[in-house]
Design a protein around this ligand. Structure first.
Ligand SMILES: [Zn+2]
Length: 317
């Protein structure tokens, strides 16, 4: 069926499952997050060099993918800190699809990755971030509902870091691929992730699995990974290629099933109340330096670039 794809509206997170010939139970859980619409409006507000924007777009897609694997409502944050050109990279998404991100980089030195290189391969972690770590945080907004996993930036890509974190925290096999591209000012940013569904290890419902079932499941997982590795970068960044089309193209032999797509929106969580609360915590002598000629303190949100004029705490009492 032919359809017209709106590159800004029609691209979201598509959950899918691979069942294979073994029958009813899914053996592989998958996600394809296609967040170009939200990434475009987020990146429009920042003046990043192309290679930095590409890294940010990839991080947004990966955060979107990971967030839909959360078992609880909350926020998933991907934060990377490096000693290279990029100092801080941040992308987060709530379970209802509000996404935001920002990157802090060294504005004094030359961008270490040329535009055409950034446009032809995944963002290079060693070249852009250098040495450092990536922290993945799941925060449910409650006292005990926050956990964080930290991995060293050992691989070439953000996908490598996300995969390392997932292997550590979830103890399940997974695979991630991500890519971002830009044509005429419109970004595509896609992350594709596979996760093996735990088939044993105390799961009573599966304890009757025979060795033959286990072998078939192993086989399906390895086939799925191999098929995923065959995905081309130009497929991931093609604005005309619908995510479900890509899922069926890649995994057609493994009986893919797709679930309803989950929405993604460019939506910050800042508010005048939150900014005021931060100012209220600051020492009075530091606040004095921040007061503008107007008598107000101007605060710009790093994420959405909204500037608010807040009256200093002392004048409010
Ligand atoms: Zn904001």
């Amino acid at each position: 069926m032919a359809s017209i794809i709106d590159p800004l509206a029609g691209r979201q997170i598509l959950p899918f499952y691979l069942v294979g010939e073994t029958g009813a139970a899914p053996v592989v859980r998958g996600r394809i997050a296609s967040v170009g619409g939200a990434a475009t409006s987020i990146l429009d507000r920042h003046d990043y060099p192309f290679a930095v924007a590409s890294l940010q777009a990839e991080a947004l897609a990966i955060a979107a993918c990971l967030s839909t694997f959360m078992k609880f409502d909350g926020v998933l944050t991907l934060q990377a800190k490096g000693d290279g050109f990029v100092k801080t990279l941040l992308a987060d998404m709530t379970s209802d699809g509000a996404m935001r991100g920002y990157t802090a980089f060294d504005g004094e030195s030359t961008v270490p990755v040329a535009d055409d290189m950034a446009d032809s391969m995944p963002a290079s972690v060693p070249l852009l971030l250098g040495s450092g770590y990536a922290a993945f945080t799941v925060d449910q907004g409650t006292e005990n509902g926050r956990y964080q996993g930290i991995v060293e930036l050992a691989g070439d890509t953000l996908s490598d870091a996300a995969q390392a974190w997932f292997a550590n925290s979830e103890q399940v096999e997974s695979a991630i691929a991500a890519a971002a591209g830009c044509r005429d000012g419109i970004w595509t940013a896609t992350a594709l992730m596979l996760q093996r569904v735990a088939g044993d290890g105390g799961n009573a419902a599966r304890s009757a699995d025979t060795d033959a079932d286990k072998a078939a499941q192993d086989d399906l997982w390895h086939t799925a990974r191999t098929l995923m590795e065959s995905v081309r970068r130009d497929e991931l960044v093609d604005p005309a290629l619908d995510p479900s089309t890509l899922v069926f193209r890649l995994f057609n032999t493994l009986e893919p099933h797709v679930a309803p797509a989950l929405p993604v929106a460019d939506k910050c969580r800042c508010s005048p109340e939150k900014v005021t609360a931060v100012l209220d915590q600051m020492p009075a002598e530091e606040l004095v330096d921040l007061v503008a000629d107007s008598g107000m303190i101007e605060v710009t949100c790093e994420f959405c670039k909204t500037t608010r004029a807040i009256s200093p705490p002392a004048t409010r009492h």
